[in-house]
Write a protein that binds this ligand. Structure first.
Ligand code: BMA
Length: 340
């Protein structure tokens, strides 16, 4: 009989304490750049946006949990669509996206990410179903119709696509939740998989374990879709630490987690090789809109990163309530990854 008590002890989360954002990161002065007040239909929480650029126009698909912000009530989740000419001020379309219930046991779709590969727009997303949480990939021409290319088996979430093929294959990062295999504990890692056609995925490998991220004590996950730089694929991911002493921190009775953003660099030719991970978090919840008045305070959840003129625009959900933007010079981010 195997004795798992030693492993369980190793897995028990140890509190991490105070953390600080890196100085190379600048939060945009207009933060939060999108809130429920900007939405022309029912909306309470607006967060976790996918962002891409199509023909010089920024496009955003965001998660919209609707209900009443004032009364702290939620009725459902849909996806909103917005356009921008500067990536900061957004015009929200008059109605939510008409995203189809892609399976018979569909409950809701959320946490979209956007990618453009060979001129085609792809959206990855999570769906809750009666039989578990699945991650999906769809393609769209105009955000009016979607062709579903892939739905993972449960439980999986946070699929992000590389913006081009690597060694002739499409590549993705993802975060399965193997609860049984982690002894019933919430302790999950980041994986990488490959596909010839975006439909069939395999050659899955562990990319980064929780134990590789000193500011996480329960789970990590993608993140923004990887960004190509001349030094490697730059990946902005999320990291979660838990501390039972945090107690009530938002709408729910208890919320003891903190979500931070981290950064790592993967080898351009072989992205299963991690060239470096910044040992400290990149963005830590610190600003009012990240730590207070939110559904779940203490959450920075990065979901998009666009590289323009040497600067990375990082979009993230703050406190699961609003959408924010932070920027950093790409060379500073690369140096952080390769520093230690
Ligand atoms: C994750 C997802 C995200 C959310 C985050 C923080 O597990 O559910 O949608 O932003 O938790 O609550």
């Amino acid at each position: 009989m195997m004795d798992f008590s030693g492993i369980r002890k190793f897995f028990e989360p140890k509190p991490i304490g105070a953390l600080r954002s890196q100085e190379v990161v600048r939060r945009h002065p207009s933060n939060p750049i999108l809130t429920y007040k900007d939405i022309p239909y029912s909306s309470a929480l607006v967060f976790n946006p996918g962002v891409c650029k199509v023909k010089d126009r920024y496009v955003m698909v965001f998660r919209n949990d609707f209900g009443s912000f004032q009364e702290k009530t939620l009725e459902g989740t849909n996806l909103g669509l917005a356009y921008s000419t500067d990536g900061v001020s957004w015009n929200v379309e008059p109605a939510p996206l008409d995203f189809p219930p892609v399976v018979d046991d569909f409950l809701r779709v959320y946490d979209p990410r956007l990618s453009v590969i060979d001129g085609k727009i792809y959206m990855t997303f999570a769906i809750d179903t009666w039989h578990g949480i699945r991650a999906g990939i769809a393609t769209t021409e105009d955000f009016e119709g979607f062709e579903i290319l892939h739905l993972s088996t449960p439980d999986n979430r946070n699929i992000v696509l590389f913006p081009e093929k690597v060694k002739g294959l499409y590549a993705r990062l993802e975060r399965p939740f193997p609860v049984y295999g982690r002894l019933g504990l919430e302790r999950f890692d980041m994986w990488i998989s490959f596909s010839p056609d975006l439909r069939y995925w395999g050659d899955s490998q562990l990319l980064l374990g929780v134990e590789d991220v000193p500011f996480a004590n329960i789970k990590i996950g993608p993140g923004a879709p990887p960004v190509k730089t001349d030094k490697g694929w730059l990946v902005i991911f999320h990291a979660v630490d838990i501390d039972p002493s945090r107690g009530k921190n938002g709408w729910e009775e208890t919320w003891t987690k903190r979500y931070t953003a981290g950064v790592m660099l993967l080898d351009l030719k072989d992205p299963t090789k991690v060239l470096g991970v910044c040992k400290e978090p990149l963005i830590v919840p610190e600003e009012t809109y990240e730590i207070s008045n939110g559904f779940r305070n203490n959450v920075v959840f990065p979901t998009a990163a666009l590289l323009e003129d040497g600067e990375l625009k990082i979009y993230y959900g703050a406190a699961d309530t609003v959408i924010c933007l932070a920027t950093a010079k790409v060379e500073d981010l690369i140096s952080l990854c390769l520093r230690s």
